[in-house]
Design a protein. Sequence first.
Length: 394
Amino acid sequence: MLADARAPESTPPPAILVLEDGRTFHGRAFGAVGETFGEAVFSTGMSGYQETLTDPSYDRQVVVATAPQIGNTGWNDDDDESSRIWVAGYVVRDAARIPSSWRSRRSLDDALRAQGVVGMRDVDTRALTRHLRERGAMRVGVSSVETDPARLLARVLEQPSMHGAHLADEVSTPQAYVVPAQGDKRFTVVALDLGIKSMTPYRMAERGIETHVLPATASFAEIAAHRPDGVFFSNGPGDPQAADAAVAVLREVLAAGTPYFGICFGNQLFGRALGFGTYKLVYGHRGINQPVMDLTTRKVEITAHNHGFAVDAPLDAPTPTPYGVATVSHVCLNDQVVEGLELRDDAGDLLSFSVQYHPEAAAGPHDASYLFDRFTDLMAKRSGRVSGLEGQEN
Ligand SMILES: NC(=O)CC[C@H](N)C(=O)O
């Protein structure tokens, strides 16, 4: 028999997790020892935790993994979606003790600890997820320094709620930067960074797009100064109702007739700019295994999601707006939540579009990558060229 090569595990201190309705869970510290607060949400991804933890949209959220074992592939130097871990905390059932991947450079536990992120393991995540599913996402505290749930609960109740939270400025780049096109440059896109994931400009670069990433506070004049072929608004944390300034900028973009593409928060702001409302889902969609139907083709995609809010738009009735006719283009098959919007002119030609989910697929399946091609084709068409056939007779 082979000897067990595992180093003897030192036992981390006990930890408690207290939800704002008083429900308490017990486990052990994972990552940094300490205390953290946020909105408790669950993610159904079986893999891709490195991309999840570094997604800026998770700012101020304590993420519970429904997959029972997390950390098997460690932490590498390539898969970060931003410059740091953004989750406020990470809660798992069984933390893998020995990561195994040729790309791994450190364990998940080490990565959390190095960035001071408080986590918790050995938690009954199935019971916790069922509770959040029944009662909805809510405020939570996780502590490996407090032993009294009542004292932690008192601090949980002092925390701000996700309702009305304006968080884009907290995660956005302080300075503009450029992600160059790979190969020949075909288009210039301005991306408003409301919490952008690094895979998004990468997907654009693959298609010959040079992306100018601007801070969340950029004005329409600052966007227009780049003379973009298209404008993109990214994913991001917080409540879309609290992003009035970005909605006003987007209305100017639409009025100028510039092709627009939005992802997630960018879909919610597109919805608002078109005159629709947004609302908070009970527990949201998070994970890389969510079924979405493209209502035009009736094709179903398996997609990556991370949203707690959604657009309130009619599923089967086109809506006239000052910028064109808006329709719902995609819907989630689990609950019929709006997952995409399209704006067309009176002739039925596409002007702008957005999706509530994540075609950049980091992590996640690549079923929806056609949306980046759709954006490229749209810019080609709107600037009087035919995609891939510049200078040729068609
Ligand atoms: N990933 C995102 O862009 C999330 C958008 C928004 N903060 C929500 O939770 O719905």
